[in-house]
Design a protein around this ligand. Structure first.
Ligand code: ME8
Length: 514
């Protein structure tokens, strides 16, 4: 049985520990968690990896600024990312830190393989470098601001570097990458990002500097202590070091590589869609199946930054408005892949309309009605009318559509579809008017309530993947056992006459809090 189970491997970027986590980090993690949950719900075996990126000049600088040695500094900040994962109630399988031995060994091994394959040579780097991005920029890319400062295209400051460096022969992978993209048009999503990468690679690839000598905080190049390995070669390797690479006999490796999807922000697409596949191809390893680059969250229209003072802490928002509420807003407000703007007003509005008015109200009014009128027992059903059959059929169609959307990472479409059936169910109650049936036809009233209770169960089974706390509370009210909440339980009908629990409102209306 075990072997037949489909394996699914999903990763977040590993976050830099130069700063505390904010809603941007929470976003990527929540997206991955939802996709991971959904796959588990379907019955797949899931490996969901997140972690922290702890080396490099940027982290070293932050440690110095905090007057701490880099290891103590990264130990502290890494904890705050673990704390965030736990506050978000994320179901990650593993949490990798790039300062762990298992990772360092993997990176050194990969380096040696690339050397043995002839893809690494030593020379001298002279060019622009941005510490904020930990990225090299060519002369053509760099612009000058009014004060004469040199900037990368995204506005981060660059400095001129001249130092001995090892290089990866990226240029020799250009054609192979282009062929790979052509053969795998779904490798990069959304499509606009695929086109962006294609045109970047078509524009010509230069060899990539992959070591630095002017600071120490990193993994040393094997056989040359003067160099530390470029933080991106180090960091990208986390996706395989967590699967025990280079131990190809390991169960983890055999089950989960290549990854099904690396979810990243659009800021780091190039590293994942160009450099990473080139490193892997050069090492003779398989390339991940997909890179999904999502959009960027701003706050009240502005980029989040410490200096602007608009960095939003996920913890604060969760404490003010609730975990499901925060997750739902992130997942639903912005189409997956697009940019979005975060504001508490928008969160409150979205939650009140979708969670309180639509879903919460559907569950609350049906369950309370059954509670009051059928002694807290699931009602008996009679024969079905055309309208009943139609609603049940629509539920099945929505479920299939949602599965299809989620397998294609169309999270927003999946939620829209779930809300289509929620709205149809609310309309069905109004049309069937059980409160009127109560006076004229009790059998029919019971049938309508039976259908609605089943639909609420099915909607909630799906919703456990997106808003687990609220959806599970509704399933608790329906007395559905914990081990009966998966996809395979979808068609199991509630048993007439069985008792359910006292209903309570699950998604109260919110107001903006100071
Ligand atoms: O880039 N909106 O780490 P990082 C949306 N260590 N997503 C955001 C965001 C925002 N405003 N801000 C951050 C690194 N993110 C590297 C990655 S992977 C091998 C190494 C999310 O701490 C988004 O996923 O700068 C982005 O790509 C990631 O955090 C960058 O995190």
């Amino acid at each position: 049985m075990e072997n037949k189970q489909k394996k699914f491997y999903i990763t977040t970027p590993i976050y830099y520990v130069n700063d505390v986590p904010h809603i941007g980090h929470a976003y990527t993690t929540v997206i991955c968690d939802t996709i991971a949950n959904f796959n588990k719900w379907l019955g797949n075996k899931v490996n969901f990896l997140t972690g922290t990126d702890e080396h490099g000049q940027k982290v070293e600088k932050s440690a110095l600024k905090a007057n701490m040695d880099p290891q103590t500094f990264t130990d502290n900040v890494s904890k705050s990312f673990k704390k965030l994962a736990s506050k978000l109630e994320i179901n990650n399988t593993d949490f990798i830190r790039t300062t762990e031995d298992r990772h360092i060994k993997s990176v050194k091994h990969l380096w040696n393989i690339l050397v043995n394959k002839g893809d690494i040579y030593i020379d001298k780097y002279s060019g622009w470098y941005s510490i904020r991005d930990e990225a090299f920029y060519s002369n053509d890319e760099v612009i000058e601001d009014k004060s004469g400062k040199k900037l990368a295209p995204n506005g981060s400051e660059v400095e001129w570097l001249e130092e001995p460096s090892y290089f990866f022969k990226l240029s020799s992978w250009q054609d192979k990458l282009l062929k790979f993209y052509e053969k795998n048009p779904d490798f990069i999503s959304p499509k606009s990002r695929y086109n962006e990468v294609l045109s970047f690679v078509n524009g010509g690839l230069e060899d990539l500097s992959i070591s630095r000598t002017t600071f120490n905080w990193g993994i040393q190049v094997p056989d040359n202590d003067d160099h530390v390995i470029y933080v991106w070669l180090d960091a990208l390797t986390n996706y395989i070091s967590a699967l025990d690479y280079p131990n190809k006999d390991s169960k983890n490796w055999k089950s989960f590589w290549p990854a099904d999807i690396h979810v990243v922000g659009k800021d780091i697409l190039r590293f994942h869609a160009v450099y990473w596949p080139a490193f892997l191809m050069a090492a003779g390893l398989e390339v991940p199946r997909k890179i999904y680059a999502h959009g960027w969250w701003t706050v009240d229209g502005k980029k989040m930054s410490k200096s602007t003072g608009n960095v939003i802490s996920p913890e604060v928002i969760i404490d003010k408005y609730g975990l499901d509420q925060f997750k739902y807003f992130l997942l639903r407000e912005v189409r997956f892949g697009q940019d979005g703007d975060f504001s508490e007003e928008a969160l409150v509005k979205r939650v009140n309309s979708d969670l309180s008015n639509d879903y919460g109200n559907l569950a609350q009014r049906v369950l309370t009605f059954i509670y009051k009128n059928n002694e807290c027992l699931i009602p008996n059903k009679g024969s079905y009318t055309l309208e009943d059959k139609e609603l049940l059929k629509d539920m099945g169609v929505s479920k299939d559509n949602i599965i299809n959307y989620m397998q294609n990472y169309q999270i927003t479409n999946a939620l829209e579809e779930l809300w289509t059936i929620i709205k149809k169910s609310n309309a069905y109650i109004d049309e069937q008017a059980p409160w009127t049936l109560k006076k004229i036809d009790l059998n029919r009233m019971n049938t309508v309530l039976f259908i609605l209770a089943n639909i609420i169960k099915n909607i909630s089974l799906i919703a456990t993947n997106f808003i687990p706390n609220g959806a599970n509370k509704i399933l608790d009210q329906l007395a559905i056992p914990q081990n009966k909440r998966k996809y395979i339980n979808f068609d199991e009908e509630l048993i007439p006459g069985s008792k359910f629990n006292k209903p309570e409102g699950v998604f109260p209306r919110l107001e903006i809090k100071e």
